[in-house]
Design a protein. Structure first.
Length: 129
């Protein structure tokens, strides 16, 4: 009886091997099912993108409003009879800043990297010579 049970278990194992690990086994089916679901999600995204692009192409072919909108926002174009006005809100960083004055030079010794410019305009007689 023990030998008969051992033979039946061995036959059961031989029959089960192709079912689980063979070419068309369950593990392969589960892997293909997972790949199929990933591909279906990718296809749904692409279909929605293609339909959006299709609508945009239709608008560009049929309506001049879409072309005008793209020209305005993407290329910064405007009609010849329009005036462009840009309004910006003042911010804290845009306050006028007082100029920084360099420290006075010591008794006629020029400082390194500092250029002295005279603020007195030249007289017309001097500039004519």
């Amino acid at each position: 009886m023990r030998l008969f049970t051992l033979v039946l278990v061995a036959l059961l194992g031989v029959i089960q091997y192709p079912l689980w690990l063979g070419k068309g086994g369950w593990l392969r089916v589960w892997d293909l099912d997972r790949q199929l679901s990933v591909q279906n999600r990718t296809n749904e995204k692409l279909v929605s993108r293609n339909s959006a692009l299709e609508g945009e192409v239709y608008d560009l072919k049929q309506a001049t409003i879409a072309i005008e909108e793209r020209a305005r926002y993407e290329l910064g174009m405007m009609r010849s009879d329009e005036i462009f006005v840009q309004v910006s809100e003042p911010t804290q960083a845009s306050r006028p800043v007082s100029p920084v004055r360099p420290a006075p030079a010591a008794a006629g010794v020029p400082q390194a990297g500092v250029t002295t410019v005279s603020a007195v305009p030249a007289s017309p007689v001097q500039s004519a010579r």
